[in-house]
Design a binder for this molecule. Structure first.
Ligand code: MLT
Length: 407
């Protein structure tokens, strides 16, 4: 008799964003004339930077000719892209990352879900609350947690982000083995200072732990004092894996291109206490289960680092930050406390009300979709996340409708 992985039965029935889509679809069916504006899932709306389009078209033309056609590429990504990333995303910020420490992939979501596979199932997890659901759900699937009791999985150390700590959790008193951190944060939009990140790196070194640092939103940082990479912190090369993505940086959500950085100096131990380089393990996993990102997509991604590409990416992220500024201003007018939106494309609104109720209210009265904070964890209750990813026109219309709905 074939049996299931029973860890799946511990999960909530469906993934947060699928749940929201279903509710929105039901509402749309019942109200076919209502024009819904989506400020829920963080999906980009603006077209790709022209530099990326040109590079993709040129690469597609190469695929049309026998002389330049390419089949399978290196699983870890083409040298031209890994070298551009090492130079522009790291060396330019004073971080020493070698091109062969970069693994190009089809998404930070996939990387953050897959990376846990190289760790033992009985390690101690430290996971933020609220959190991007993939971090916790994939560990539940792998059997690293107990049952969900009262909204929390047993055996997990939750790192609470609350108004009291400015939505940046402090290091815990007890050790953890695998620590998930995301800055600029999804869902709160909070950023971590150099000192806060240093405390986490020191904690990981003391605990012989690994930090999984998700910096998918680093392109939105405008405050020059805020680190873009964990490797700007001394000692991080020994304890941190970093995930990045072109999705929110350059509008690549439909293109699929991201990367994981696994420095050769990051170590984990086996049961006998023998050290192993995680780079070798991840390389083994990646080459076994992944066949690389499409060549035209990688060429398009590399164009982000050209002079024209950099300028266009900056314009695009500035555009979304302009939306975020409008959302923050509207939140202030409505008397809601909020964080995010200045160095991140998400605004975390402290509504002080049941978050699903508030979600339903905005949908019913304003036809606007947000993301209920409770969907990201217990500490998300009383909050909603508003995404700045939409056209200026839609954001302005949504804010006007929300203002009317809450008047
Ligand atoms: C989000 O809305 O949190 C993101 O779009 C999800 C993702 O990047 O997978």
């Amino acid at each position: 008799m074939i049996r299931i992985n029973e860890n799946y039965t511990k999960l909530k029935a469906s993934y947060l964003f699928s749940d929201i889509s279903k509710r929105v679809a039901a509402f749309q069916q019942a109200n076919p004339d209502k024009q819904i504006i989506r400020l829920g899932i963080g999906d980009v709306t603006e077209p790709l930077p022209p530099a990326c389009i040109e590079a993709m078209q040129a690469a597609t033309a190469e695929m049309a000719s026998r002389a330049t056609f390419r089949g399978y590429g290196p699983e870890q990504g083409y040298g031209f892209l890994r070298e551009a990333i090492a130079q522009h995303d790291y060396a330019a910020r004073g971080c020493r990352i070698e091109p062969d420490e970069i693994f190009v992939s089809d998404g930070a979501k996939c990387d953050s879900g897959n990376i846990q596979e190289i760790f033992a199932t009985d390690i101690r997890l430290a996971i933020p609350d609220p959190v991007y659901p993939v971090y916790i759900d994939t560990n539940v699937m792998a059997g690293r947690t107990g049952e969900n009791v009262d909204g929390r999985y047993q055996g997990v150390m939750y790192l609470e982000s609350t108004p009291q700590n400015g939505y940046v959790p402090a290091v815990p008193d007890s050790p953890a083995d695998l620590i998930y951190l995301c800055f600029p944060n999804n869902p709160t939009g909070a950023v971590a200072t150099r000192e806060q990140l240093k405390a986490w790196v020191d904690y990981a070194r003391r605990s012989r732990a690994v930090i999984l640092f998700d910096s998918a939103y680093e392109a939105y940082i405008r405050d020059p004092a805020i680190p873009h990479s964990i490797y700007e912190i001394e000692g991080a090369r020994e304890v941190a894996i970093e995930l990045r993505s072109m999705s929110k940086t350059a509008g690549f959500t439909g293109m699929r291109c991201a990367y994981a950085v696994v420095p050769k100096s990051v170590t984990a131990w086996d049961r006998a206490g023998k050290p192993h380089a995680l780079h070798a393990l991840w390389n083994r996993r990646h080459t076994t289960k992944f066949n690389g990102v499409a060549y035209p997509i990688q060429r398009s991604a590399a164009a982000i680092f050209s002079e024209a590409g950099k300028k266009q990416v900056r314009e695009m992220t500035d555009f979304y930050l302009g939306n975020a500024a409008l959302i923050r201003a509207a939140a202030a007018r409505l008397g809601f406390g909020c964080i995010g939106g200045d160095n991140a494309p998400y605004i975390w609104l402290n509504t002080g009300r049941d978050s699903w109720e508030f979600f339903d209210l905005l949908l019913a009265r304003a036809g606007v979709v947000c993301t209920p904070g409770a969907g990201f964890g217990k500490c998300g209750e009383g909050h909603v996340r508003i995404s700045a990813f939409n056209s200026r026109e839609n954001v302005a219309a949504a804010l006007e409708r929300i203002q009317k709905a809450l008047a």
